[in-house]
Design a protein around this ligand. Structure first.
Ligand code: COA
Length: 181
């Protein structure tokens, strides 16, 4: 270490997450049933690209196909899976870029779980994956998600028109991104 480098303290001792009962860990293959349930919830589907009637087998297959190097985490509240999030590093000359996706169970939203998941993703991206740019697409009417991303330093960079078909109509998306300071 260079003599003038800031010292990096050791990680804190293992313990409970600041939000009581909340644990964040890596996604495991055995989570596929809980994730199939999560992504089939109406509010989760409304905010994401998930389709109705997603089976465990669908989830098992897309989990199996996830490329190596993608970070996938889940949030457990008192042992129950209530959220999922991931960062997907790009390749080649975009290897400093990571795409983000996330969702929180309909019945457990607005309790700080999305913020805990996003903080964990940003910490991993900034301090371990060395990603300079995090980016995502969010529907222009998804106010909770836009507010969450803005709180963590994401800014709107543009609009993709008719970006996805949702509940019988096309919807525009904002492209949002955050650059590491
Ligand atoms: C977006 C989402 C992940 C937020 O998760 P959450 O656990 O409900 O969010 P949190 O409780 O951690 O809230 C963190 C911040 O987000 C913003 N926020 C969250 N819900 C909000 C709401 N309903 N209205 C306004 N702001 C909201 C606030 O800034 C909030 O901070 P505050 O509580 O101090 O005001 C969740 O609503 C969700 O999963 N939605 C469905 C799927 C989805 O849209 N995913 C994002 C795809 S781009």
């Amino acid at each position: 270490m260079a003599p003038d480098a800031d010292p990096i303290p050791p990680p804190p001792l293992p313990g409970a997450h600041p939000a009581a009962g909340l644990t964040i860990r890596a996604r495991e293959p055995e989570d596929c049933a809980a994730i199939a349930e999560l992504v089939s919830l109406p509010r989760v589907r409304w905010g994401t690209l998930r389709l109705p009637f997603t089976s465990r087998e669908d989830v098992r297959q897309w989990m199996e196909k996830a490329p190596a190097g993608h970070l996938q985490i889940v949030a457990l509240l008192d042992g129950r899976l209530v959220g999922s999030a991931g960062v997907h590093p790009d390749k080649g000359r975009r290897s400093h870029v990571g795409g983000i996706g996330m969702c929180v169970h309909d019945e457990f939203q607005r309790r700080g779980i999305g913020a805990a998941l996003l903080a964990a993703l940003i910490e991993a991206a900034d301090r371990w994956f060395n990603l300079r740019r995090l980016e995502l697409a969010v529907y222009v009417d998804n106010e909770p998600a836009i507010a969450l991303y803005k709180k963590f330093g994401f800014v709107i960079e543009g609009t993709r028109r008719a970006d996805a078909f949702r509940d019988g109509a096309f919807v525009d998306s904002y492209m949002m991104a955050r650059l590491k300071g």
